[in-house]
Design a protein. Sequence first.
Length: 74
Amino acid sequence: MHRLVGSFEHMKATLLLSLCLFPLVASVVSCREKGPAEKAGEHVDKAVEKVKDAVDPKGPVEKAGEKVDKALDK
């Protein structure tokens, strides 16, 4: 009986460790280069933004904010 309890505790510890490490491993693996679908999506986003700007131009404060965002993004 003692051997069975020890085995169960080891199994719980292994499962807990696996569950704790999974998000870390998943985040490292997912931080790779952008795929073609993501790049295409960004192009679509930029095109929509340009159309929106043509219809409703941005003011000077909004333009300055975007410049700050771009500078911090790099």
